[in-house]
Design a protein around this ligand. Structure first.
Ligand code: SF4
Ligand code: SF4
Length: 390
């Protein structure tokens, strides 16, 4: 992404290409201090380890972005697997039970965030988990838990839409050499849009009584909302396709277009991230003001100007930490113990929390829904009937 050149040990000379160019002659020039040799981060040569497994584990431990990409890939593969199983389930249903039966994967509930929030509220009101989209309730709790403890890490480490969004802006950077940075006067109102969308959903859903929630969650539409979602994308209208294309083009030219401006999930996690006990922290005394952290930040946060990143846009992606050339200067830190949180610990706790909560749902028997094969076949037969509209 950037080309950074460091020459000699004194003085530090560097150059950043693509996003910005800083040279000592540029005005205003950053007042870059020297890096004391013992504080300069050493480049690790991972190829020096001949054993491929050891090399992989070593890289997971030391290379923040390699670890994050690995987790992203794992979650994308998980979503592809869920999508494939759901496709086979749809094939069975649309054939009227003629083709081989494949169980509906409960993980598909993760793509129904509104039903999941309604299910959570219904659980809080009634003390029982709904039996139509129970997995969604637990996936929602896991994501909220991750937001509370690890900032918006779900967006940059696990969310498949976040991963797609990141791939698209990287593609834009490859094609055009850079992405467009929205000016601040426009960025703030655009970023507020996602909070308005979130507020609308929260206001609507929290205004429902337990009885209304139950009526909706067990309605014919809710029973087939996943099937309807699949059919919506399988037979996409011109209007929906146009909107999708606008979002894709927006994401190619502006970093995280959907996540930054429109995603209500991102808004929820951004709001929760204020309570997170971990923050990116800068050590002012060793910082050399090189601004590499700010250049690396996909959320356009002025990392080099703050002691702690409190921004609701910080996705805990660690790009800034990796870009910092000085040891012990920019780190993810616990605001409780004031100690560094190693990347591998951060990732393990986050994934552990997700697995623990979804695993608990499985142990409680609140993972699979209770819609039988026979009932599904009846729904498939009449899927276009008005009672399945909402
Ligand atoms: S501040 Fe650092 S961790 Fe947060 S979004 Fe920017 S680069 Fe990622
Ligand atoms: S914290 Fe940012 S500005 Fe300071 S040395 Fe690290 S990368 Fe450079």
């Amino acid at each position: 992404m950037n080309t950074n050149q460091f020459t000699g040990s004194s003085p530090v000379v560097f150059e950043i290409k693509n996003n910005r160019i800083h040279t000592f002659t540029e005005k205003p020039a950053p007042r870059v201090k020297k890096i004391p040799p013992d504080l300069r981060k050493k480049k690790i040569d991972f190829s020096s380890e001949p054993n491929i497994i050891k090399r992989f584990v070593w890289r997971l431990k030391e290379d923040h972005q390699f670890l994050r990409s690995t987790v992203q890939l794992a979650f994308v593969l998980l979503c592809i697997w869920i999508g494939f199983e759901f496709h086979l389930f749809m094939k069975w249903g649309m054939s009227g039970g003629e083709s081989a039966f494949v169980e509906r994967p409960p993980g598909v509930d993760g793509f129904l965030p509104i039903a999941s929030l309604m299910g959570l509220l219904h659980w809080l009101y009634t003390g029982t988990v709904n039996t139509i989209h129970p997995a969604g309730v637990f996936i929602f709790i896991a994501i909220v838990g991750i937001g509370l403890l690890f900032k918006k890490a779900f967006c940059s480490w696990m969310c498949p839409v976040g991963t797609l969004s990141e791939s698209l802006w990287m593609l834009g950077q490859k094609i055009f050499g850079r992405n467009i940075t929205v000016p601040r006067w426009l960025d703030y109102p655009l970023r507020s849009l996602k909070y308005l969308i979130l507020a609308f959903f929260v206001w609507t859903i929290f205004g429902m009584s337990a009885r209304v929630l139950e009526t909706f969650l067990y309605s014919p539409y809710a029973r087939v909302s996943d099937i309807k979602m699949f059919l919506f994308f399988a037979d996409i209208s011109n209007f929906a396709l146009t909107v999708l294309l606008i979002l894709i083009i927006g994401s190619v030219i502006i970093k995280n277009f959907w996540c930054r401006f429109l995603c209500p999930y991102g808004a929820l996690l951004g709001a929760l991230s204020w309570f997170s006990p971990v923050k990116i922290a800068r050590n002012k005394s060793t910082c050399i003001d090189c601004e590499l952290c700010t250049v690396a930040c996909p959320s356009n946060i002025k990392v080099h100007k703050v002691n702690k990143v409190h921004s609701d846009e910080c996705m805990a992606c660690m790009s800034c930490v990796q870009a910092c050339p000085v040891k012990n200067t920019l780190e993810m830190k616990s605001t409780v113990t004031y100690t560094r949180v190693p990347n591998i610990v951060f990732a393990s706790l986050m994934i552990g929390l997700f697995v623990a909560i979804t695993g608990l749902a499985m142990l409680m028997g609140a993972w699979q829904n209770d819609i039988s094969k026979e009932e599904y076949l009846r729904h498939f037969e009449n899927i276009n009937a008005p009672m399945y509209d909402h």
